[in-house]
Design a protein around this ligand. Structure first.
Ligand code: ADP
Length: 623
C-alpha cells in the first residue's frame, strides 16, 4: 500500500493541540487510556469469537508493555480485535466519542481544573501526545484477510497511513517519548502506573521483570468475584475509578452474590457526583454486563431502568448464554429478574442512606433527584418506595436547602387536614410569593413547592400518598373543608354582596376568564387566577408554550378577595354607576396583576403599562 498523508478532523486537531500545548499535569493517564483501549480490543475479540469460531482458540488474550530506554520508546501491544484501514481513519483520525467532545466544550483554559477534567473524561487515545513526540500504530483486524496497516503521526495536523507487516491480529502502539518524558520508559514507573490505574483490567498486563521474563503486573481475578470480606474500601474505590471511570469516593457501594434460582454477582456504585452526561442520550457509563466473566457490553440498558442511570457497576450472570445478543436481552426473563432484584437493592440502599445519613441523602437528592423522580412516572411497581425517597421544597423550609419528605409532611399535617397541598412554579421565589399561598400561610398549612420543570409531569402520575390526595393549590375550587368553617358564612355573605360586581367583571373579561367568583384563598392580594379542576396546570402550559407547542386556550377563573380594599372600592363604584368608564381599566389592571404574580407577562403589556402610567399621573399630581 502506498503511504498516504491525511488531515485530522477539525475537532480532533483541537483536542490534539490541547494535548500537546496546554496540558502539563496528569500526563501519566496516557498509559491508562492506551491499556484500556487494548483491553476493550480484547473484549471485542472475545465477544466476536463467541459467534465466529474461526476467531477463538488462539493465544492467551493479553496486553504486553515493552520499554526501551535507549530508543526512548514504550510499546503497548494487544492481540485483540485490531482495526482495518477504514477503522483506523474513523477511530484515530476523528473524535467520535461524546466524552471527548464534552471535554473540549468544558475546557476553560484554567490549567488545574482542565487537568482534573482529563481525569474525569478520560480523553482516550490522543492523550498519548502529552508525552509522545510521535506515535506509530500497527494494527491488523481479526477475521477477514486485509493485511496490517500502520498509522503514524506527531499529533500536529496530519497523519500518515501505510501498509505494514504484523503477525496475527491485534494492535501495537509504539510511543516515541519526548526527551523530557523518558522517565515513563523506566520499569518501576510503568509498573507503578499499571498498578495504580489498570490493576482491575480483566486481562493480564505483562511487563518484563528485572531478569527480562514476562510477568503479569495486575490482579486478574475480577474483584466482583472475590468475597466482600476480603476487599478493602480502597480496593472498591480503585475499581470504581479504574474499571468504571468513576471519580472521588462513591457514595454507596453494593456488592452482592445471588445464589439459588438466579446466579449472578453484582458490584454497583452510587456516585457522589453526577457525571457530565447524566442527562445526555449518548451516555457511556452505567452497568456493564458480563456472562460467566466474559464481557458482553457497556451500559447495558436492560439491567436498570433509565431513572437509575447514574448507577455504575458490573453484573456477571451465570445463567445467560454466552452468545446473548442485544435483541435477546430485551425480553429476557432472566434479565428482568436480575433487573428487578437490582432495583430493589438500590432503592433499599437509598432508603437506608436517607435514614442513617439524612445530610448525605439530601446531597444525593440534589444531584440525582431529578433522575430518580422520573421513576415516579415510569416505575409503577416501585412507586411507593420512590415516594418515600422523594424530597421537596416546602413552605415550612427557610431555604431551598430545607427539603421535606412526604412522610414528614404528613407528620406535620393539621389534625383536620385531609389533603397534601402543593404549588408548581418556576422558582421558589415565585411559589413563595404566590397569592395562592396566602390562605395556607394564614392557617399554617404546609404547601410543597414543586419548582423542578419535570415536577408537574411527575406529580400528575401520583394520586395520593398514604391515602392522602395530592392537591394543587391553584386549581379547582379550593375546599379547605372544616379548615374553612368559620369562613364559610362570611363567604356566603360576601358572595351576595359582590354578585353585581362579579357579573360586571365577567362581562369586561369575557374573552379571558371562564368565571369570576369570591375567593376563600386570598388574604393580602385582591385577586388571583385559578385553573379549572381538570385543566393543565399553569406551569405546564407555560412549558408547552416555551416548547413551541399549541396550548389549548383554557380559560381560568378569576377569584376576588371580598375583604381587599381595592375590591371593596370597585364594588362601591360599580354599585354607584356600572357604566363608569374607569371600571374597565381597574378590572383589567386587576387581571394583569394576577398574571404578573404568577410570573407571566400581562395580557397586553403595552396597554397595561399605559393604564398604570395614567393612574400614576393621577396619584402623583401635585404630590
Ligand atoms: P475510546 O476508546 O474511548 O472509544 P479512544 O480515542 O481511546 O476512545 O479510541 C478511539 C477508538 O480507536 C476506540 O473506540 C477503538 O475503536 C479504536 N482503538 C483504539 N485503540 C485500539 C486498540 N488497541 N485496538 C483496537 N482498536 C483500538
Amino acid at each position: 500500500m502506498q503511504s498516504q498523508s491525511m488531515e485530522f478532523q477539525t475537532e480532533a486537531k483541537q483536542l490534539l493541540h490541547l494535548m500537546i500545548h496546554s496540558l502539563y499535569s496528569h500526563k501519566e493517564v496516557f498509559l491508562r487510556e492506551l491499556i484500556s483501549n487494548a483491553s476493550d480490543a480484547l473484549d471485542k475479540l472475545r465477544f466476536e469469537a463467541l459467534t465466529d469460531a474461526s476467531l477463538g482458540g488462539g493465544a492467551e488474550l493479553a496486553v504486553r508493555v515493552k520499554l526501551d530506554k535507549a530508543a526512548k520508546t514504550i510499546t503497548i501491544s494487544d492481540n485483540g480485535i485490531g482495526m482495518t484501514r477504514d477503522e483506523v481513519i474513523e477511530n484515530l483520525g476523528t473524535i467520535a466519542r461524546s466524552g471527548s467532545k464534552a471535554f473540549l466544550e468544558k475546557m476553560t483554559g484554567d490549567q488545574r481544573s482542565d487537568s482534573n477534567l482529563i481525569g474525569q473524561f478520560g480523553v482516550g487515545f490522543y492523550s498519548v501526545f502529552m508525552v509522545a513526540g510521535s506515535v506509530k500504530v500497527v494494527t491488523r483486524r481479526a477475521g477477514g484477510d486485509a493485511g496490517a496497516v500502520m498509522w503514524e503521526s506527531s499529533g500536529e495536523s496530519s497523519y500518515t497511513l501505510s501498509g505494514a507487516e504484523r503477525e496475527g491480529h491485534g494492535t501495537d502502539v509504539i510511543i516515541y517519548l519526548k526527551d523530557d518524558e523518558i522517565e515513563y520508559a523506566e520499569a518501576w514507573q510503568a509498573r507503578s502506573l499499571i498498578k495504580k490505574y489498570s490493576d482491575f483490567i480483566a486481562f493480564p498486563i505483562y511487563l518484563p521483570n528485572d531478569k527480562g521474563e514476562e510477568e503479569a503486573v495486575n490482579q486478574t481475578k475480577p474483584l466482583w468475584l472475590r468475597a466482600a470480606s476480603e476487599i478493602t474500601p480502597e480496593q472498591y474505590e480503585e475499581f470504581y475509578h479504574q474499571a468504571l471511570g468513576g471519580h472521588g469516593k462513591p457514595l454507596c457501594t453494593m456488592h452482592n452474590k445471588a445464589e439459588g434460582v438466579l446466579e449472578y454477582s453484582s458490584l454497583l456504585f452510587i456516585p457522589a457526583q453526577p457525571a457530565f452526561d447524566l442527562f445526555s442520550y449518548e451516555r457511556k457509563h452505567g452497568v456493564k454486563l458480563y456472562v460467566k466473566r466474559v464481557f458482553i457490553m457497556d451500559n447495558c440498558k436492560e439491567l436498570l431502568p433509565e431513572y437509575l442511570r447514574f448507577v455504575r457497576g458490573v453484573v456477571d450472570s451465570e445463567d445467560l448464554p454466552l452468545n446473548v445478543s442485544r435483541e435477546m436481552l430485551q425480553k429476557n426473563a432472566t434479565m428482568e429478574r436480575i433487573s428487578k432484584a437490582l432495583v430493589s437493592k438500590i432503592l433499599g440502599k437509598l432508603k437506608e442512606l436517607a435514614e442513617s445519613e439524612p445530610q448525605a441523602y439530601k446531597d444525593f437528592w440534589k444531584n440525582f433527584g431529578a433522575a430518580l423522580k422520573e421513576g415516579l412516572h415510569s416505575d409503577y411497581e416501585n412507586r411507593d418506595k420512590l415516594l418515600e425517597l422523594a424530597r421537596f421544597q416546602s413552605s415550612m423550609g427557610d431555604t431551598a436547602d430545607d427539603l421535606a419528605s412526604l412522610k414528614q409532611y404528613v407528620g406535620r399535617m393539621r389534625e383536620d387536614q385531609k389533603e397534601i397541598y402543593y404549588i408548581t412554579a418556576e422558582t421558589r421565589d415565585i411559589a413563595q410569593k404566590s397569592p395562592h399561598l396566602e390562605i395556607f400561610r394564614a392557617k399554617s398549612i404546609e404547601v410543597l413547592y414543586l419548582v423542578d420543570p419535570i415536577d408537574e409531569w411527575v406529580i400528575g402520575g401520583i394520586n395520593n400518598y398514604e391515602g392522602k390526595p395530592l392537591k394543587p393549590v391553584n386549581r379547582g375550587d379550593l375546599d379547605l373543608g372544616p379548615l374553612g368553617k368559620e369562613e364559610a358564612e362570611k363567604q356566603e355573605a360576601a358572595k351576595s354582596e359582590l354578585r353585581g360586581l362579579s357579573g360586571r367583571i365577567k362581562e369586561i373579561l369575557a374573552d379571558l376568564v371562564e368565571d369570576v367568583r369570591v375567593t376563600s384563598r386570598l388574604k393580602d392580594s385582591p385577586a388571583c387566577l385559578v385553573a379549572g379542576a381538570n385543566a393543565a396546570g399553569a406551569h405546564i402550559e407555560k412549558i408547552m408554550k416555551a416548547m413551541g407547542q399549541e396550548v389549548p386556550a383554557a380559560k381560568r377563573v378569576l377569584e376576588i378577595n371580598a375583604e381587599h380594599p381595592i375590591i371593596v372600592n370597585i364594588n362601591a363604584r360599580n354599585a354607584e354607576n356600572p357604566a363608569a368608564p374607569e371600571l374597565e381599566d381597574w378590572v383589567r389592571l386587576l387581571y394583569d396583576g394576577a398574571l404578573i404574580a404568577e410570573g407571566r407577562p400581562a395580557e397586553d403589556p403595552a396597554a397595561y403599562s399605559k393604564r398604570v402610567n395614567a393612574m400614576l399621573a393621577k396619584v402623583t399630581q401635585g404630590g
